[in-house]
Design a protein around this ligand. Structure first.
Ligand SMILES: Nc1ncnc2c1ncn2[C@@H]1O[C@H](COP(=O)(O)OP(=O)(O)OP(=O)(O)O)[C@@H](O)[C@H]1O
Ligand SMILES: [Mg+2]
Length: 157
């Protein structure tokens, strides 16, 4: 069942939400960040990276296609990709020489909606929106195995 949308009043709230999500991510997970320009996708990824305890500073992947954040103590790396720049073909990820095994990483994709179906039946869409008053909202749309997993997530920001 789709979660109700949650208000993220500040960028810190976006980070905080991402952190909660990052704490539950496992190797092989696929998360799609959906939402218009400036909605907070990269900011959310910063929180996810923090929650996962990975290393390396998160920045917009626009010019690098995909960036690997090596695993911290939790043992799971983060691959942060931009599907828009990948030309809508996520299979290219395999060709990028990412220096990590995608099976041992969580994959977080900005602009990845509509492409994930080819990678896995199990994925989580994190839908960000920007209201006219500039407040961001977030809604989780689980698919496949994620349907059961979202119940474990703390949703309060
Ligand atoms: N909840 C929020 N409230 C207000 N500002 C926010 C919030 N979340 C993020 N921001 C701010 O919005 C701006 C854009 O954020 P960000 O770069 O994360 O968006 P994006 O969705 O990745 O953009 P793009 O589509 O260009 O990749 C940043 O200045 C960020 O600090
Ligand atoms: Mg971005």
């Amino acid at each position: 069942m789709a979660q109700m949308s949650i208000e993220l009043q500040t960028a810190d709230d976006t980070i905080h939400f991402g952190r909660s999500l990052g704490r539950v991510l496992r190797a092989g997970d696929l998360v799609l960040l959906a939402g218009p320009l400036g909605a907070g996708k990269t900011t959310m990824t910063r929180g996810i990276a923090d929650g996962m305890g990975v290393t390396g500073r998160v920045s917009s992947p626009t010019f690098v296609l995909a960036r690997v954040h090596p695993a911290g103590p939790a043992g799971v790396a983060l691959v942060h990709a931009d599907a828009y720049r990948l030309g809508g073909d996520l299979s290219q990820l395999d060709d990028l020489d990412l220096d990590t095994d995608l099976d041992r990483a969580a994959l977080v994709v900005e602009w990845g909606e509509g492409l994930a179906e080819r990678l896995s039946d199990d994925y989580l869409v994190v839908r960000l929106a920007r209201r006219p008053d500039d407040v961001r909202t977030v809604r989780l749309e689980p698919h496949g195995a994620w349907t059961g997993r979202v119940a474990e997530l703390p949703v309060a920001t």
